[in-house]
Design a protein around this ligand. Sequence first.
Ligand SMILES: *Cc1c(COP(=O)(O)O)cnc(C)c1O
Length: 311
Amino acid sequence: MGIFALPLDSDIISENQLIETGFADIKLMIKREDLIHPEVPGNKWRKLKYNLVRAREIGEPTLLTFGGAFSNHIAAVAAAGRLYKFSTIGIIRGEELSDKIDGNPTLKFAAECGMKLVFIPRSQYALKESQDFIENLRSRLGKFYLIPEGGTNALAIRGCEEILTDAERGFEYICTAVGTGGTLSGLVNSAGPNQKVLGFPAIKGIWSKSEFLALADRVDQCELLLDYHFGGYGKTTAELIEFINKFYSDYQIKLDPIYTGKMMFGIFDLIAKGYFKPGSSILAIHTGGIQGVNGMNKQLLKKKQPIIEFL
Ligand SMILES: *Cc1c(COP(=O)(O)O)cnc(C)c1O
């Protein structure tokens, strides 16, 4: 695994796969961004691409970023560092995790990729965007190229504008899971004038589109579906896990419990409720995230809850 690095100077186009929903008048396809790379999959590669290019251009050999203990972004930056020859530093939320690296598949993977893990208390982590905090990191750890938590910045959005291709102009709806909204912004920027982009936030809260789409051009083409967070970020229910397991047995496609499982549950629910008019065609972006399943299963086992069965 991880022996090849995707080129940073040419287009990567992922395959679309038909999903037989059982609703004859709705066409649903899934865009397999999850398959573009085993270690830097989905939107994480899209978001890193132009940041890696920029870091190389300015000759900065070290990438620094932030994340929680199960973060797909941390895993992706660590893997990208190994593949594209950058040193990497991960600032991890939660001091108590510093001696639990071996029991956490994401942190273990990141460490194996050579990422230097720096654990900080949650109270400090909350201040991580402040200038003082960043200056303090620079004096402690040396120079670095900063990638924000979740990886979203203008260069990341530019990368996400490359997910959709002209061949996909015929889809009336483009769907994606939403964390920071970087992926959603890229899709909104690149969608055709008659396409609607639906975002499924994986986070609980009353969100306005402007929070997610600060860097997007055409906000009115986008709608957020706020009822599919399953209790909040990183939270799951038995119903969600069951849906992910059934989806795998029906279509042999793995969904993750933090993002893509929630989005796909939402799409199926909306189809059943008649949200999409007959004859609609929907393209759902599979943004990846499967690296997190192992860690989630460990937590579910501890709580004696049903687990995801495909690993
Ligand atoms: C990070 C991630 C997202 C969220 O992307 P944003 O650009 O932060 O909204 C969605 N899906 C998966 C699988 C992810 O890993």
